[in-house]
Design a protein around this ligand. Sequence first.
Ligand code: AMP
Ligand code: MG
Length: 248
Amino acid sequence: MTDVRSLLRFDGELSAVDTRSTPGVKSRKKAEVALAEESAELVLLQGMDTCGKDGTVKHVVGQVNPAGLRITSFKQPTPAELKHHFLWRIRRALPGPGYLGIFNRSQYEDVLVVRIHDLAPWEGRYAEINRFEAKAGVTWIKCMLHISPDEQRERLLARLADPTKRWKFNEGDLTERKLWDDYQGAYQDALERCHTDAAPWYVIPADRKWYRNWAVQQLLLQTLRELDPQYPRRADLDIPALEQRLSA
Ligand code: AMP
Ligand code: MG
């Protein structure tokens, strides 16, 4: 089986990744996802507006038992959230054992949009994020959905043209689009500074939606397979004695 994780693992240079490439697959495929009992996985999705975070959530969720899911979308912090440390709301959203968490945006907004608009002191946050991720007790699958500015233009135009997509259109996205290069620089730094053994980054070429969906699903599948969930062992049970009691 293709090792998608090594193909997509961040290798130091975001701008070198072809957003239309499809590493590890030539056409669409299907697979199922089985959740581990004892572990907690967390798929974290980041990327520029229209990169497909919502679409990826829908696709991954479609493969998983909804009872085991914990999905969180991080928006602009509320006044209540702003009274706390930036990781407060993130920590509260971590999945417990046996759950699959999905973050639609994440702690990385606090070194992306916050850095671009200088909303708060952000320089020390990379190290804080690394310490937090190492101790969070989840297996991180951090995905950057990487699109090109041309693809974003097409998707924004499509939102305007189609009345069923128009509700997603947000004028603020045009302001952020003007800052494309600043964002790419902030992403490059975030990936570089927070690419750790405990929580590596994966860069998903995302101009093709079918590839993006396939790749995130494969990352999840391979992680689950590696965790190799085991039934509880119950070394406390004296099996022969219990069997004898049952046959008496
Ligand atoms: P959407 O994902 O389209 O619903 O938009 C959510 C918005 O919330 C985006 O513009 C994000 O940049 C913004 N956002 C998320 N987290 C933060 C944060 N920590 N600080 C400021 N803005 C944020
Ligand atoms: Mg949006």
